[in-house]
Write a protein that binds this ligand. Structure first.
Ligand SMILES: C[S@@+](CC[C@H](N)C(=O)[O-])C[C@H]1O[C@@H](n2cnc3c(N)ncnc32)[C@H](O)[C@@H]1O
Length: 300
């Protein structure tokens, strides 16, 4: 932190306000706290006033109470994605309870297995890290196609001992995790191509198109993710995709098309929508017939 007088701080606030920063006082305090020297502070204020996202200038974002490293040209985790995290934690907690029930029934040894969490299109890895941080036993795998995002995610995911891979959607994930994923959590690009030009300049100019562009109706990546999800999910695993209220029906249709049963969840305060896909329930066994050998027991 560099020392600055109240007059210095007031000058920074005036400069940031003139540049259109709505929370100029808060930002001035954060920049002053982050700068090591007066020259550092001047450079940071210049970058912010010229339109760089605050998080790129600081080098971190506050997400779910965690300090997440954010490099230039990497998508800044949004506050609304904290709803996706909350939903994923709820799903994971239910899976852990189900697993504990199976363990206590003597079908598997207690603590035998960590929950497998996959954060696809992970960007900084913020979503997966927040989910894994909240769980006692989790194994996190995060993947992204963009090398800058992958390098950034490696810094963040190290805090929970997870793994980060680079490549297209599921391609780089370890094959041994097929059919074993308990929580597949996704915030992929979902802005329709024709609407990219209307995004705020901080996103349009400082985040890469691959992080934003979801194709003609914004749901192209969701369709690809949903189509391959059943092959990766554990029998009781769930797919959670952040989308918009307007696109939720199409994201849900993509899940239905792949054989999952979608549930749309929404939070008005955060203006956040998440579609959760589950496998359809098994049909009840016919009365008086034994299940085929090996069909009952554990589901994993
Ligand atoms: C909207 S950003 C979200 C990042 C992160 N999940 C978050 O919520 O902060 C979408 C991310 O998807 C990645 N992405 C886009 N297409 C991809 C693909 N085909 N395979 C893997 N990652 C992809 C982008 O590089 C970008 O980091």
């Amino acid at each position: 932190m560099t020392s600055s007088t109240p007059a210095d701080l007031a000058a920074i606030v005036t400069r940031l306000r003139a540049a259109g920063c709505v929370f100029a006082e808060d930002e001035a305090r954060l920049l002053t706290a982050a700068a090591q020297t007066p020259a550092d502070l001047a450079a940071m204020v210049d970058r912010r006033a010229s339109g760089f996202p605050l998080e790129h200038v600081l080098g971190w974002a506050d997400f779910c109470g965690l300090r997440i490293a954010v490099s230039d040209r990497v998508f800044v985790p949004r506050r609304r994605s904290e709803f996706l995290v909350r939903q994923a934690i709820a799903v994971a907690a239910a899976a852990a309870i189900a697993q504990a029930a199976v363990s206590s029934a003597g079908q598997t040894a207690p603590d035998q297995r960590k929950l497998v969490i996959v954060d696809l299109c992970c960007g900084t890895g913020a979503v997966g890290v927040a989910v894994a941080t909240a769980l006692a036993h989790a194994e996190l795998h995060a993947a992204d196609i963009d090398p800058a995002a992958v390098a950034c995610a490696r810094q963040n995911v190290a805090s929970v001992g997870g793994h980060v891979y680079q490549g297209d959607l599921y391609d780089p994930l370890p094959a041994r995790r097929r059919g074993k994923v308990d929580v597949l959590v996704v915030n992929a690009p979902y802005v329709p191509t024709s609407e990219i030009g209307y995004l705020p300049p901080e996103a349009r100019l400082h985040e890469p198109a691959i992080a934003l562009d979801g194709g003609s109706d914004g749901v192209d990546v969701h369709r690809r993710i949903a189509a391959a999800a059943p092959g990766w999910l554990a029998p009781d695993g769930k797919l959670l995709i952040e989308t918009s209220e307007r696109q939720a029906g199409k994201t849900a249709e993509a899940m239905s098309a792949s054989g999952l049963v979608p549930t749309i969840t929404h939070d008005d305060d955060m203006d956040a929508t998440v579609v959760i896909g589950s496998r359809p329930p098994l049909p009840p066994a016919a009365p008086g017939r034994l299940p085929p050998a090996g069909a009952a027991a554990t589901t994993r």
